[in-house]
Write a protein that binds this ligand. Structure first.
Ligand SMILES: [Fe+2]
Ligand SMILES: [Fe+2]
Length: 263
């Protein structure tokens, strides 16, 4: 069995509350979880904020797995610091394989161009990484950007939507990615959208593919954990609240599970 804690969109540097919330989150963990942080660790891509992240997550050791988000590409461009320049790699931990995917691109250096980008070469690298996963391991794909359409959030995204700009759009190859993952992967963990969501492909099949958007851990003051055994979720995902400050209600966090059909 393995427990995965999914954090995302910490935006360190945006507010003094963000590092305190991350510190609270790390203190809440039992010490056995695999912790996946799906990008936007920093708000402005500043190296000093990444240092804060490393300091606060040091107790996690090699149980920490991160991918870059679009905000991490601004400022000092932390993309290669977070994934060594690779677009895809395979991380093996006890009972779990994590395929890390860098869904950011050079256009993210411009702060308002926030959308992600995949290409056929990246899909091929993901396919090859999945082929190397030992049989029977819980398999997770971690990336920052969303793979299915999600509603615009905030004023400027609604403006972008009206203008037909791609800023808040899902990955153009999101459905193609899900087709690569179907039957070979158990969880897709992502962030970027700050409101949590959840989806499932092949809900009644032998190997459902579940997709979770963490939302912004520091804005919500909460994160999900997943208890899995050989890829099967043993319980419903559990929300852990890490601060006592006023937060959105649990009803706001707990978006209903939606079934997806892949054409
Ligand atoms: Fe974000
Ligand atoms: Fe983002």
């Amino acid at each position: 069995m393995i427990t995965i804690a999914h954090l995302s969109d910490l935006h360190l540097g945006a507010s003094p509350l963000a590092p305190r919330t991350l510190e609270d989150a790390v203190a809440t963990l039992s010490g056995r979880e695999l912790v996946v942080v799906t990008g936007d660790l920093t708000d402005g891509g500043r190296a000093a904020d990444l240092s804060t992240f490393h300091r606060l997550t040091a107790p996690l050791g090699d149980r920490l797995v991160v991918v870059p988000g679009n905000h991490d590409r601004c400022g000092d461009d932390l993309g290669s610091a977070l994934m060594s320049g690779a677009r895809v790699d395979l991380q093996l931990r006890e009972g779990c394989a994590i395929v890390r995917v860098d869904s950011t691109a050079p256009h993210n250096r411009v702060a308002w161009l926030s959308h992600g980008r995949l290409c056929d070469d990246v899909l091929r690298l993901i396919d090859e990484a999945l082929a190397r996963v030992p049989r029977g391991l819980t398999t997770v794909v971690a990336l920052h950007h969303h793979v299915v359409p999600l509603p615009a959030e905030g004023f400027w995204e609604h403006v972008s939507e009206v203008l037909g700009l791609p800023n808040h759009s899902e990955l153009a190859l999101g459905t193609a990615l899900l087709k690569v993952l179907r039957g070979r992967c158990d969880l897709v963990l992502h962030g970027h959208r700050h409101v949590p969501r959840q989806f499932v492909v092949d809900a009644e099949g032998a190997r459902p593919l579940r997709i979770f958007n963490a939302g912004s851990t520091t804005a919500l003051g909460a994160f999900r954990t997943f208890l899995l055994d050989h890829g099967a979720l043993l319980t419903e995902p559990r929300w852990v609240q890490v601060t006592q400050r006023p937060r959105p209600s649990p009803q706001h966090w707990q978006a209903p599970l939606r079934a997806l059909t892949l054409a």
